[in-house]
Design a protein around this ligand. Sequence first.
Ligand code: ISJ
Length: 398
Amino acid sequence: MVRTVPVADPGDLLARLPERAPYAWVRHGEGLVGWGEAARTTVPPGPGRFAWAREWLAQVLGEAHTDDSVHRPGSGPVAFGSFTFDPDSPGSVLVVPKAVLARRDGRAWLTTVGDAPMEVVTPLRDPGAILYGDGSLTAPEWQHAVARAVDRINDGELEKVVLARDLNALAEHRIDVRLLLTRLVRRYPECYTFSCAGLVGATPELLVRHTGEAIESLILAGTIARGGSPEDDARRGAALLASEKDRHEHHCAVESVRDALAPLCKDLTIPDSPELLKLSNVQHLASPVSGRLSDGASVLDVVAALHPTAAVGGTPTGSAVSLIRELEGMDRAGYSGPVGWIDAHGDGEWGIALRCGQIEGSRARLFAGCGIMGNSRPAAELAEAQAKLRVMQYALEG
Ligand SMILES: C=C(O[C@@H]1C=C(C(=O)O)C=C[C@H]1O)C(=O)O
């Protein structure tokens, strides 16, 4: 039995979360937070994983007896999910929380499954001192991997590949995910701050928002650091907009999204040239996408068609994914995979899990990657990956 009721403005959504297993998808104070587990599944790896997930959702959400007086995207039963980057990696999960609190366009509602118990909201806890250690590759090893990727691109094997690295963090105490979320929403209000089954971050990249037949997406690729002064910042932004290398890298991502969405859409709009998106740590080339679906596809069908875009895989996709497996020396797990939520009508919002970490107890594994082209310089790519890693370092350290 699922019940959705309107509620008075709940204030800060994150402040309502209990410490144990919090779920979140929040931007500019709006979105969904959830807690408890009414249903959970681990999606079997393999090429059919999105179809499997859709069937599981149809069964679990479809079976619910729903009393929903709100009737909005995100009301009624909702599942949060995270899919691994690599279809062959284990660890993709879908969870229907026992309680979901949501706010959108000035309205707020609460959905409960069965008799959702009241959760005690304890104060946020600081994880104490953080120690960092190399992940799968040291910084020089990773630069070497970038150099090998550049060679392979110049040999004509592929056009673009996104290479990522991981960084291990060990905290003095157990990490309170809610504290990370609270810091992330403050510093990265433009981003989607998410938490699902230990995967926590603030991504600027919207894979797809699905509301009825309307879809939206935001393609990012091409990055430069923020400047030290307004003039320096503007100069860097202008240099990024004018950079052949970054525009080509961005173009690869745009074409991968266009190819994936065109067969599903009756109309699709992607601007001819990218704009600048400025975040606290970096600025990106960005292309906002909008369209209308031609049939009743759910948000998960669109996710399945889009993933992996060239913003996190490369061009062509198949060669890029095999080169990633060969050179990164790690399992990306949920990093750069789809993360988000879906309701019983197939509406939902999914991002690409970037600027994130996998949190377990007092340990965190942080990830960041960069698009590599034939003229990429390993030292510059390392600096870019470090700037992106700083998002989660800040979340841990404050
Ligand atoms: C791969 C990441 O970011 C992606 C790569 C970008 C780039 O190389 O310019 C920019 C935005 C994202 O699409 C990451 O943050 O880990």
